[in-house]
Write a protein that binds this ligand. Structure first.
Ligand code: GUN
Length: 295
């Protein structure tokens, strides 16, 4: 039986429509326009596309956004000084520094410098700690997007075995933590596996819900899942394909054709998690703007 394909674009559009109404109200009732600053250091082509998409999406729903492009050779101090300036800027409610950063810059130092109140990426240790103890302020956008995809697709996580493949700080660790929480839209039994896991397919075959975030093209194959699994594919990998017009194409961390034969539901790449990440960034930016009204 072929799987239901979870349409991330459609779900993202639905959430953005709701957000747009909130933004209009913030503007008309409170004179506040949510503002986002996106910082790109260097010319990583994938990052350039992500940043452009974030700015366009912000603009489209009425969020003020500004982009700061810094040279690849920018010293760490200069980036930190820009963050300090944005931390102080009242029209900016969210600051996002696109990762990865060039080698001369210490990523941890940069993420720590963004004020937790403006950390719409949810990467500051303060926000990660809050998430862990169940008192979240900003949740990291991709994991949050994964949770919303499940909710909007009516996939109940309560008591289910969620297996996360990958343990990055951006996706694997936070998504595992979020779905583990004693909270609505969570309450799952969570297993995290990774490159050092022994007999990883034996673990993934236990999954009721499988979240693939390992960064290896088409890593999860049909024999690694059980019938009826729900699969969320967080991977974005560009692979060579001589038959494609550009000679390359995007694939996820899941071998879609094989796995969709067995799955009850599955996200495509592109058009699955990707649009949700940007949507949750906008969501966090709007929340941040609303937080300033609380005084
Ligand atoms: N690089 C890849 N994903 C992300 C993300 O969600 N936020 C930032 N800032 N950089 C990224």
């Amino acid at each position: 039986m072929a799987a239901k394909v979870i349409d991330g674009k459609q779900i993202a559009a639905q959430i953005r429509e709701e957000l747009q109404k909130e933004i209009e109200e913030l503007k008309s009732k409170h004179g506040v326009t949510p503002g986002l600053a996106v910082v790109l250091v260097g010319e990583n082509p994938a990052s350039q596309v992500y940043v452009r998409n974030k700015n366009t999406a912000a603009h489209d729903i009425g969020v003020y956004s500004e982009q700061h492009n810094l040279d690849a050779s920018t010293p760490e101090e200069e980036l930190l000084a820009l963050i300090d300036k944005l931390n102080q800027d009242p029209k900016i409610h969210g600051i996002l520094v696109q990762l990865p950063l060039p080698d001369q810059i210490d990523e941890k130092k940069v993420l720590n410098r963004i004020h937790p109140d403006k950390d719409v990426d949810g990467f500051h240790p303060m926000n990660l700690g809050r998430m862990m103890v169940g008192e979240p302020m900003f949740l990291p956008c991709t994991p949050y997007g994964v949770q919303k995809l499940l909710v909007y697709s009516n996939v109940d996580t309560e008591g289910k075995h969620v297996v996360v493949v990958g343990r990055s700080n951006i996706v694997g660790k936070p998504v595992a933590n979020m779905l583990l929480q004693k909270a609505k839209d969570a309450n799952a039994t969570v297993t995290v596996c990774h490159s050092r896991t022994k007999d990883l397919p034996a673990v993934t075959r236990q999954a009721d819900i499988l979240i693939a975030a390992i960064g290896v093209p088409e890593f999860v194959t049909g024999d690694m899942v059980k019938d009826g699994v729900v699969v969320i594919d967080v991977g974005v990998n560009r692979i060579e394909d001589p038959s494609a017009p550009k000679g390359t194409r995007l694939v996820g961390d899941v071998k879609f054709d094989e796995v969709s034969e067995k799955a009850a539901a599955i996200t495509p790449v592109p058009g699955g998690v990707g649009p949700m990440t940007i949507t949750m960034l906008l969501y966090n930016t709007v929340q941040s703007a609303k937080n300033t009204l609380k005084g």
